[in-house]
Design a protein around this ligand. Sequence first.
Ligand code: 7TS
Length: 416
Amino acid sequence: MIAAADPKQARIVADFPILAKPTSRGKRLVYLDSAASSQKPRVVIDALVHYYENDNANIHRGVYELAARATEQFEAARAKVARFVNAAHTEEIVWTRNTTEAINLVSFSWGLANLGPGDAILTTQLEHHSNLVPWQLLAAKTGAVLRFIPADANGVLVLDELDDLLDGVKLVAMTHVSNTIGSIAPLATIVPRAHAAGAVVLVDAAQSVPHMPVDVQALDVDFLAASGHKMCGPTGIGFLYGKRALLDAMPPFLTGGDMIKRVSYETTSFNELPWKFEAGTSNIADAIALGTAVDYLSAVGMDWIRAHELVLTSYALERLRTLEARGLAVYGPPRAEDRAGVISFNLGDIHAHDLASILDVEGVCVRAGHHCTMPLMEKMGWPATARASFYLYNTEEDVDALVAGLEKAADVFRLA
Ligand code: 7TS
């Protein structure tokens, strides 16, 4: 039971101030675009204001109490994120702006130092541009080649040729959850085989860390990237997890203040982990507020969030099926268990952007377009899709509003 009337669900919805604000047309806001960015609970918004009103100072330099307090909270937030993904050591968490920057850090630092002509990078056909473009550029710079694990028509990775694909691979860089199709990658199968082939594994966890328990030690991944803004945190803060031995051996990415140990006019020695990778003044307030977001998610329970999204996804798939006769096509794995709370679809020959505009009139926010996965869209033969994505604050009423909006669209376009 996850209707809005459920007491735990009602409390969660009430934690997000924006959900109580009607749209300009007086509709209830039905936010189904959390894969793009999540809404923020009041505790996170309050954490930002509290920091600026009470604790604001630059970190890692002031001897005065205020600066010490800012530093302490900034580093405490790092420890919270480390615990959240079960990193063995807090210094294995490097703050970045977002997933994209975390992946670029690995590409520029580890990639340029470790790849050369003839080496291979293995990724998948499902990737967001953020986990594809950096590897294309790295391959061009180093002479490495880029290979792809294929996806089938449901967006499920096909592993039949995996051993051949892994031959000569130094890096496997793949998404945990497809942001377009919602399919969950079988990391438990791929990671050990990648390691056996001598490869390092980077996981783009932008769509998994916010939505399900993720344990970097259990998965045994070498690098993992995620964005704060998709997990109830502020924009402008994300993180890279990296195994300590790998991060230790890597050269810095960006250089300048804070990432140094000693500088002379001629030369520089670098700071210890994780600060070696954090050049310049960090995004202090947002890191601290991401710590608050992680506390909030942990209090709700990541198992609860995954189970909640599974129930909503099952319900949505079932309700959407009633529109198949009117031309609704739903993409991705047929079983809800095989996906995260992401559903891409098209309705008849209505362009996905028109569909999203009609839904918007009803207060329903969905994303339409290529979802930053242009090669996947082309492979699937979809010019665009509309995409609904769920989070802890969504309810069955939200799914009902989506379905009602789609029925209205079918009426407007006179579909069957
Ligand atoms: N990787 C995946 C799997 C993503 O879904 C996204 C963002 C990114 C990387 C990039 O995250 P960023 O925080 O660095 O921008 N995905 C989406 C989306 O699906 N709609 O808008 C952004």
